[in-house]
Ligand binder design. Structure first.
Ligand code: GLU
Length: 418
């Protein structure tokens, strides 16, 4: 994450908003509302460590824009977290929710910490401490957090428990991505990857790619990347030829079995040295000659530095902000079909929205019903974006912006803000 220096994600997010405002010919006031977060909270909170000492952690929660409904978005635990990263991510959540026509605005949270260096009890106390610090500003009808980088359903369970004890009653609807026995939704676990696969299926039709014969490289092997590997195999019979995590990459021409990678990573905590595969660097993975490149790591993976070396036909952006605007133009000129992040990875927040609805109604749907509803929304959103891209002759990201920002602006106008 490069919150302050080159490729500052919030500068990029603002540049994207400005480009979109030009396309939509928005007036200055509207542009300014879109360029600024509505509310942000900076908190520091004490945590008792296992050795008896106290450490103070810093966290943020940004509620970017709530014109279309309560703000929604995940919480990241990362040592390099910065306010600008959280601002950018909360802006992208705003466009993401609008993209899928969810009655929600966008928000994001982050805590500066390295979960890999915390014991399970310390992780629990950090999770609870952060929720105590932001509790006055969140709620099922105001701002609803969820998992993101290095947070998971167990962390959500501690958070919902802490919030419930603060308000004095169970409030499952305050957080999504919870475990199933605590009001979680079936289908939430693989929702981000699955939603991305639905858009890949549609993109392959447009590009004329037979996914059953396609080769796939996957950058990042967390929740989104690992599910993407197994779903690309089970849904399309595509061949996964390379995967990587933060420590390195492995490739194998004849294909890598996602279940073997999962087992290997479970035992060694990395994909490196996978039996029968060759080690390589994550940078080499990005420029491999494959049909589909899945970006499921962090921001700024494809920049003007490496964009012209990309050989994939379709880029599936499961991460948030993996491609810079300069790189976007290079890829567009090369004819590479990019499924932009806040369209491609919107499956997670879409099933989070289904989770909220189920929590409100106290009535839970079968997994099949979740998949069907998700497929319908992702497919519709993909076609709205490709049609806009073709009509306005702009790249897929700019088209996604035009659709989403247009919807947010419409809501702001109706409310009398602009
Ligand atoms: N963190 C996920 C995202 O970036 C999901 C957010 C949510 O479910 O609210 O889309």
């Amino acid at each position: 994450m490069s919150g302050n220096g080159e490729n500052n994600p919030f500068k990029i997010a603002q540049q994207q908003i400005n480009d979109c405002a030009d396309i939509l010919k928005l007036n200055q006031g509207t542009r300014e509302v879109l360029l600024n977060p509505m509310r942000e909270f900076h908190v520091s909170f004490p945590v008792r460590m296992d050795d008896g000492t106290t450490r103070v952690f810093q966290g943020f929660r940004v509620q970017y824009n709530d014109a279309k409904g309560p703000t929604k978005g995940g919480i990241r635990f990362h040592p390099d977290e910065t306010i600008d990263t959280v601002r950018a991510l909360s802006a992208w959540m705003t466009w993401k929710c609008a993209m899928l026509d969810l009655p929600l605005g966008g928000g994001k949270g982050g805590v500066i910490c390295n979960p890999k260096e915390l014991s399970p009890h310390e992780l629990e106390r950090v999770s609870r401490g952060y929720i105590r610090a932001i509790a006055p500003f969140i709620g099922p009808e105001t701002d609803i957090p969820a998992p993101d980088v290095y947070t998971n359903p167990q962390v959500m369970a501690w958070m919902v428990d802490e919030y419930s004890s603060i308000v004095g009653r169970n409030q499952f609807g305050v957080i999504t991505g919870k475990p199933l026995p605590l009001g979680g939704s079936s289908g939430r676990g693989d929702a981000t990857a699955r939603g991305g696969m639905y858009t890949l299926r549609e993109a392959a039709k447009v590009v004329g790619l037979d996914l059953s014969k396609a080769t796939v490289a996957i950058q990042g092997y967390g929740n989104a990347g690992s599910y993407a590997a197994s779903l690309a195999e089970s849904m399309f019979q595509s061949k996964i030829v390379a995967v990587c995590d933060s420590r390195g990459a492995v490739s194998r021409k004849d294909g890598i079995s996602p279940s073997k990678v999962a087992e290997h990573k479970q035992n060694t905590s990395t994909v490196l040295n996978l039996e029968g595969a060759e080690n390589m660097t994550p940078d080499e993975l990005l420029t491999m000659d494959v049909d589909v490149l899945v970006l499921a790591a962090l921001e700024n993976s494809i920049t003007e530095r490496n964009a012209d070396q990309i050989k994939a036909k379709i880029i599936v952006e499961l991460a948030n902000g993996p491609t810079t605007p300069e790189a976007d133009e290079i890829l567009y000129k090369k004819g590479i079909h990019v499924i932009p992040d806040f369209l491609c990875n919107a499956g997670g927040v879409t099933v989070s929205y289904f989770e909220m609805v189920q929590n409100f109604y106290m009535f839970y749907w079968e997994e099949e019903e979740i998949h069907e509803r998700l497929d319908k929304r992702m497919t519709r959103a993909y076609h709205q974006v490709i049609q806009t891209s073709e009509k306005l002759k702009i790249n897929m990201r700019k088209a996604a912006y035009a659709v989403s920002v247009g919807r947010v602006v419409e809501a702001m106008k109706l409310r009398g803000w602009v």
